[in-house]
Design a protein around this ligand. Structure first.
Ligand SMILES: C[S@@+](CC[C@H](N)C(=O)[O-])C[C@H]1O[C@@H](n2cnc3c(N)ncnc32)[C@H](O)[C@@H]1O
Length: 267
């Protein structure tokens, strides 16, 4: 399956499912020191709001990096995932000690789950793929519906404004290509959907949610991946400490691959 084959698939959910036959999601997030920056940053913020016995809903759970981590800490985790390949890997990782409830479903329709049931809802993935604005609204509204009134909703996006640089790092002639508008510099939403910080923020605020924190989840770790992966454990520890100390800095929010928003419902 090539990217050109993917483009020809009409159904969005089928395209997402096929994409994850090409992308190794497990390896991306946990397979290297650079990849882990996103994971370690995200869990730090989620851990800061969790209370004993909390129920967590992980929407777009991938192969379960967050679901397994929180299940092993003793929280009650429900995971929703769309892609066949990721479901298959997720299931292969389950053993008798895991209590995760895994549901194969689309984030657009979670009617199988009860209103206001979860203390923490994670929406890390569907907004990388939903091409229609109405669908993105629906996914956020579903996440909000399932969240308790006093709960915390975490939403992540891919930062449009960094892609020119990360793509040029993979392909020095990327600017010569045709995957962006050469006048506005807007990048085509394929195979992922990208947002500027302002667009992501506006999408959340329009759903009557309050943004409590805005986090530059992984900063420049993709661009610096080769160097980060060569760091000694002590240098990496300090790099992480530096990243955590600065990842809410407003300027860092323009220089990150992912944004993480910590939100709550308005009164
Ligand atoms: C980049 S992965 C992120 C996985 C994991 N949540 C993480 O943050 O590492 C995006 C995930 O969202 C899933 N996804 C995309 N659209 C979805 C939808 N409409 N409903 C449910 N899952 C979806 C994909 O199949 C994929 O597993």
């Amino acid at each position: 399956m090539t990217f050109e084959d993917l483009k020809r698939i009409k159904s969005e959910s089928e395209r997402v499912s096929k994409l994850y036959e090409i992308f190794n999601e497990e390896k991306r997030l946990l397979g290297s020191k650079a990849g882990k920056v996103e994971f370690l940053t995200t869990i730090q913020y989620i851990n800061s709001v969790l209370k004993k016995g909390d129920r967590i809903l992980d929407i777009g759970a991938g192969t379960g990096a967050y679901s397994f981590y929180f299940d092993e800490l003793g929280y009650k985790v429900t995971a929703v995932e769309l892609a066949d390949k990721n479901i298959e890997v997720f299931k292969s990782k389950m053993n008798e000690t895991n209590k995760i409830e895994l549901i194969q479903a689309n984030a657009l329709d979670l009617s199988c789950l009860q209103d206001k049931f979860f203390d923490v809802v994670l929406l890390f993935g569907p907004l990388y793929h939903l091409e229609k604005s109405a669908d993105r609204d629906q996914a956020i509204n579903e996440a909000k519906r399932l969240l308790k009134d006093e709960g915390a909703l975490f939403i992540s996006y891919i930062n449009h404004d960094i892609i020119h640089l990360t793509e040029s790092d993979y392909n020095p002639n990327w600017f010569d290509g045709n995957t962006y508008d050469h006048v506005t510099f807007r990048i085509d939403n394929f195979p992922f959907v990208f947002f500027t910080l302002e667009e992501a923020r506006e999408m959340i605020l329009s759903k009557d949610l309050i943004i409590e924190k805005e986090i530059a989840t992984d900063g420049l770790s993709e661009l610096l991946a080769e160097k980060i992966n060569l760091m000694s454990d002590t240098a990496y520890g300090q790099y992480l400490a530096y990243h955590m100390a600065t990842c809410e800095d407003i300027h860092k929010l323009k220089a990150t691959n992912h944004f993480l928003f910590q939100c709550r419902k308005s009164e």
